[in-house]
Design a protein around this ligand. Structure first.
Ligand SMILES: *[C@@H]1O[C@H](CO)[C@@H](O)[C@H](O)[C@H]1NC(C)=O
Ligand SMILES: *[C@@H]1O[C@H](CO)[C@@H](O)[C@H](O)[C@H]1NC(C)=O
Length: 249
C-alpha cells in the first residue's frame, strides 16, 4: 500500500513538473485576429533576445527564417521599444488551414532558450475574418506583397514586365523562383518577396511603387480563364528601399 502510494506520488510530481516547465505565464503572450492576419506578440523578458518560431502543419514543423517568411507569408519583428517579439501570419500563409475561407487555423511553436536548451511551446490560434472579402485585395507587408482573388483549379502563370515577352510557367516552377500561389476552397493568394527579378518600378503620383504583374491561365475544358494579379506596394514602405541594386530614398 505504502509502495503504491509513493509511486503514485512520484508520477504525479513528474507530471506536475513537466507541465509547469512548459507553460507560458499569464500576460506574456497575446494572440489576436486582425483583418487579414494573425498577430502574435510575446514579451521579450520571457523569450530572451533570440526567440525562434516554427510553423506547424500535419506534415511537420518549418523554421521561420527571413527568406522562408517572405515567401510563405510570415513576418517576425523584434520590437525593442515595446519589449515584444511580434509574429504576423497572413490568413493565406502557406501552412494555415482554411475552412471555406471562413475559419483559419494557424499552428506554430514558440522556441526559447533555457539554460542552453531549446524549449518548445506548441500554440495555435483560430480566426474568422469579420471584414467581407473584396473581389481583389492587395496586402503590403514588411517583407512581401500579397494579392487575393477568387479562384478555381489548375494554373499556368506568366510574369509580365513592360515591353517583354511573357513565357508561361507552372505553379511549382513559379514557387521555385520565389513566387508563391496558395489556393484555398474559394480564393487564390499570390505572394512575392520584394525585389524579385520580375518586379519593376513604376511611378504612381510621383511615388515609386514596386509592381509585380502575374497573369494566371487555367484551362477548363474548352474555356481558358485568365486572372490578372497586380501587386503594387509603395517603396517608401520598406526600410532599406533597395531594389535591383538601386537605392530609392
Ligand atoms: C514584459 O514583462 C516584464 C517583466 O515581467 C514587465 O515588466 C513588462 O511590463 C512586460 N511588457 C509587456 C509589453 O507586456
Ligand atoms: C513544371 O515546370 C517544370 C519546368 O518547366 C517541369 O520540370 C515540371 O515537371 C512541371 N511540373 C508540373 C507539375 O507540371
Amino acid at each position: 500500500m505504502v509502495v503504491v502510494f509513493s509511486i503514485g506520488l512520484t508520477l504525479l510530481l513528474s507530471l506536475w513538473t513537466s507541465t509547469t516547465s512548459h507553460q507560458i505565464p499569464e500576460g506574456v503572450l497575446q494572440m489576436e485576429c486582425r483583418d487579414r492576419y494573425f498577430m502574435i506578440a510575446v514579451n521579450l523578458s520571457f523569450t530572451g533576445e533570440d526567440p525562434q518560431f516554427e510553423v506547424v502543419d500535419e506534415m511537420g514543423a518549418y523554421p521561420i527564417t527571413e527568406s522562408y517568411g517572405a515567401q510563405h507569408g510570415y513576418t517576425v519583428r523584434i520590437l525593442l521599444s515595446q519589449g515584444l517579439v511580434e509574429l504576423r501570419a497572413s490568413f493565406f500563409s502557406h501552412h494555415t488551414s482554411s475552412q471555406d475561407d471562413l475559419l483559419f487555423t494557424f499552428s506554430f511553436n514558440l522556441i526559447v532558450s533555457r539554460d542552453g536548451e531549446n524549449v518548445k511551446f506548441p500554440l495555435y490560434k483560430t480566426c474568422s475574418p469579420t471584414l467581407t472579402w473584396a473581389p481583389r485585395e492587395v496586402t503590403c507587408e514588411a517583407n512581401y506583397m500579397e494579392v487575393y482573388t477568387y479562384a478555381t483549379s489548375e494554373w499556368q502563370v506568366a510574369l509580365k514586365r513592360p515591353g517583354q515577352l511573357m513565357i508561361p510557367i507552372n505553379i511549382s516552377e513559379a514557387s521555385r523562383r520565389g513566387y508563391e500561389f496558395h489556393l484555398t476552397e474559394g480564393r487564390l493568394a499570390f505572394r512575392t518577396p520584394y525585389g524579385q527579378p520580375d518586379s519593376f518600378v513604376a511611378p504612381v503620383n510621383g511615388v515609386p511603387v514596386e509592381v509585380v504583374h502575374a497573369i494566371l491561365f487555367s484551362r477548363q475544358g474548352w474555356i481558358i480563364i485568365k486572372v490578372d494579379l497586380l501587386a503594387a506596394c509603395s517603396m517608401r514602405k520598406y526600410q532599406n528601399g533597395r531594389f535591383n541594386g538601386q537605392l530609392f530614398q
